[in-house]
Structure formats: C-alpha cells, structure tokens
Write a protein that binds this ligand. Sequence first.
Ligand code: GLA
Length: 523
Amino acid sequence: MKRILIFIAAVGVAIVFCAIIPHAQESVPTIHAADDGLALTPPMGWYPWNIFGQDPQNEKLIREIVDALVSSGLKDAGYSYVGPDEGICFLRGNDGRITTNLERYPSGLLGLGNYIHQKGLKYALYTDAGTHTCSGAMPGTKGHEFEDMRQFAEWRADYIKIDWCNTEGQDIVKTYTTLRDAQRASGRPIVHSLCSWGDGEPWKWAAQVGHLWRTTTDICAPGKADWDLAMNIAAINEKLFPWAGPGHWNDPDMLIAGMPGLSEVQNRAFFSLWCMMAAPLMAGNDLRDMSTSTIRILTNPEAIAVNQDPLGVQGHIIRMDGKVSIWAGKPLFDGSQAVLIFNQGTSWEAVAIQPSEIGISQKTAFYVRDLWRHTTAGPSISSNSAISVRVEPNDARFFRISRSNDFPLPPIIVANTYRVSLRAGGSSPQELNGMITLTNKGSSELSLWKVRQDIPDWLSVSVAKNGRSQTVTNTVSTAGLKKGLYHAVVRLDNTDPISAKPMSAVYYDVDLEVTDDVGGTLR
Ligand code: GLA
C-alpha cells in the first residue's frame, strides 16, 4: 500500500516568508479593474462550452445548471458567474440591434439574467469581436460595439467573454480597446474576458482593457477532457506568471475537472494547478451530474483559498525533478505561501524540497498544511531539513506553509440575491425595503461594506452586521416619483481584513416599478 509521507526534519532558528520570485505587477502601468474594482480575485463560475459545445445550449439548460450550481454547494464555495457561451442566444435585426433568440431563450436575455441574479449569481454572456462568432451562428460586435455593449448592459450582464473569430484585418489592441470604451459608455460595470487564445500576446497590454485574457487554444473539444492538451496549456500559461495580478488574469481556459476522460487523481491535480496559477475557475462540466468526488474537488475551500488569495500572485515552477514539477512563488495574504508538487511521470516519485528553495530561511519553526488531506504537520525547524513527499503518477500534493498553525481562509462573498425588485402602487408616497444578505464564507472577520454615494435620490442603502453575514437594506421612497420603471446599480466596497487590499467590489441591481404618479417631494 502506497502511503504518502510528509516528513519534515528540522534544525535551526529564523524563517523569512517572502516571494522568492519578483512580483511583476510593477510592469503593468494601469489596470482596468482599478476603476471598477471587478475581478480583484480570479473570476469563479461556470461556462457551457467544454462539456456541451453549441447545440444543447438554451434557457432550460442554463436554468437547470443555475439550480445545480446552488444545490451542489458550488455557489457557497464562491462560483458565481454563469450564462450561455456561443449558445445562439441573440440575433441581429435589420435595424442593426441585437435581440434575444426567443426560440432558445423564451424569457428573453433580460429574463434569464433576472433569474440568475435572483439566485445570488452573476450573469455571463458571450460575444465576438469580429463579424460573427466562431461557428457563424451569432453576430459579432464589429461595427456595432457601442450598441451591443449598451444592449448587454440592458440585459444586465456582469461578465462578457469576447471571442476573436472572424476578425480578419482587425487590429487586436484597437478592437478590444474600443470594446472597453463601449462598455464604459454603457454605464454598467462588466468583467471583460478577452478570448484571442494568446493571439496578440494580450498579457502585454490587456490589463488596461479587460480583466482576463485567454493565453492558449481551447482546452478540449466539447464533450471530453484531453489531459495531454490541458498539460500543454498549463505549461504555456505557467511561463506568463509575471503578468497576472488583481483585476488582470492569465486565463488558461475553463476547467475540465469532472468531465469524461479524467480520473479522480487527474481532476485533483488539474484543479490544484489552476488554483496555483491563480487562473479563473470557470467550471466546464455538467453540474447536474457530478460525483461526490468531483463536488469535493471543485469546492475544496483550502484549494480555493489559494486561488482566491487577495494578493493575486500566480505561482510558477521553481524546479523540475525529472517529471516532477515543484511550484512556489505564491505568497498568500496571511504571510503563508502555497507549494505544489506535481508528478507527470508514470510511476510514483519521492521528492524533497529544501525550505530555502521556497523562501524559508534557516532556523525557524514552520507548519505544513496539506490542502487535500486537511491535516497540519509541524512545527518543524528549517535548516538541514527537507519537506519530503511521495507523489503518485498524475497526482499533485498541495500545501500551505506558515509560521503559524492558523491557516485563515480569505473572504469568499456569497449573496442570497443580486436583485432587489420593488413595486409601489397608488399615488401616496411610500417607503419600501428590499434586503440583500452578503455572507463571508472565509474565516476572517470583515468590516462593514461601504456604499458608494452615487445612487439616485429615491434610494438609500444601509449595512448592518449579523455574525458572518451583513444585511444590506435598500430603502426606496416614492415621494414625487412619476409612474414608470426605475433602476439603480449599487456598488459596495470592502477591504480584505488581513492584507487590507481592496476586495472585488460587489454590485447589485435595484428595480422599482411605480404604478401611478406619486405626490410629495423627493427627499
Ligand atoms: C472559441 C473559444 C471557446 C468557445 C468557442 C465557441 O473556440 O475559445 O471557449 O467560446 O469559441 O465557438
């Protein structure tokens, strides 16, 4: 029986936890997310392409996936962005406007978005920067960038994946920059996911126009995972580590964990690699049909904590030992650091890591947390000691190393809803309330969310703490309002309690229907 051992021998005094590889965010002059506060940790969610491809996508499927995302526990683990990929969800009319393909999405794309928001999830849509999407089934944005972005905002999208098919003759930087300007002009903050498969080396410039960019070709053909291809993709993406950081991420494509074609060990190793690379975690499997092992892997809070760490550093390979790669260079918000050991060989390997290799100076006690076994070893004293592990073929050992034996989880914010919908009848002034609850699934205490002041006069927002949750009360006053529909987007900000770094801003929609002209005067 093969048994994996963590052996930490020790002698010494003093330990320094530091990033041993330069943090290359200095090379990024401005980032898109600096203004909108979006995607300060890698986006998490689900996209249909890997498992379904194009044809099965329709409203019924997306709604079923949304329900499964909630009931399986993925939502509570932090997955939030969900919606159709190239799912033939809109068409362009003769007037140039895009409208929902009602045959496939009978509630309309606004209706689908409302469903997603009411569930406390975020709405992801898909388009293309060229004349048409890749299969030609949907219109691209070329020449319609401003109208299309306005329409995506009206559909209440929170995330847009923008493909790069059918773009002959287009300048990639200019095109995606126009799309950013169009998104800003639409007034709705939306995560921009560039999808040029590495064309145009987006890591060099796209932090200023979007929040994440694909670095490689597709990770599989729809329906079946391709392990070798995924490993090639990881190898390409790994080298780009200096370009990733809060609000601007290398995207080695959606997850294949839980898809046909991978073993449990491969699922675990794959997920560890994507967490270590601070890659977006967009699940790509059928969430309606998951084994308990897949759910356990996709929702492992300790692995997700590495991915969602507020410092946002992408880990990378510091050494190869035959077919085994040793990954480090990922300091975490509490002063600990992540280490991954991955065996791509065909037989088990014993690997020893010197503490000095991962930035642990000599002679200080340290603890090693196993992120898959959920056990802690230590304290050990670094010096002549090694961290020795046995790694099975295709498997990864995933650790967090700290001076303290407390391994806090960074904030993971889960909302009960992202939509407050209120209706006021009659001509007398009324006050109506709608609540949103934001729960921190991480293990550190959060201060109160701060409300941005740029909200309309008819709305006021207050925040109260209630244990690990915070209640956001939205009070609407109808005095002086005319009959009609009113809408506001509210932004909340907070900082991470340990690193004090800004956390990804939370946005939600408030809808108010006023059925009659109302007397009185506005506050
Ligand atoms: C490209 C993208 C995929 C998917 C398809 C849709 O290949 O890289 O992720 O969106 O287009 O056709």
